[in-house]
Design a binder for this molecule. Structure first.
Ligand SMILES: [Zn+2]
Length: 124
């Protein structure tokens, strides 16, 4: 089973940012390291050129800096469900290996692989 482990502080920063950005979408990236069965995410990176509120399409052109250990994207939806949209799936397929989505009330999140299949998210 593919599992993404995430440090509680990293997830909480992202959920808090999502809550603060609501009703706009918050976009971020988690760095960490690859594991045999998935990844361990340790830290939220917010790129200075992120644009919020333009919808997820702006994220498609989002430039992810090389060699920061970026392994997973994070974004919020203004409404449930925290499941990938069509646009999200397109982005997932040509981006990072893992993706995390949250939605109000921002008390949790779902993780997906690059094909949009739900995978385990374990808070550590
Ligand atoms: Zn989305």
């Amino acid at each position: 089973m593919v599992t993404v482990r995430i440090r509680r502080a990293a997830l909480e920063s992202a959920l808090e940012a999502a809550n603060n950005t609501y009703p706009d979408e918050f976009i971020g990236i988690f760095r960490g390291k690859k594991e045999e069965d998935g990844a361990s995410l340790t830290e939220l990176i917010i790129a200075p050129f992120s644009t919020y509120g333009d919808g997820f399409s702006s994220y498609s052109d989002y430039h992810i800096p090389a060699n920061v250990g970026a392994l997973a994207s994070f974004h919020s939806h203004p409404h449930p469900p925290a499941l990938p949209s069509k646009g999200d799936l397109q982005f997932f397929s040509r981006s990072l290996p893992f993706h995390i989505i949250s939605c109000p009330p921002f008390d949790g999140a779902n993780a997906f692989d690059s094909r949009g299949k739900k995978i385990a998210l374990e808070v550590v």
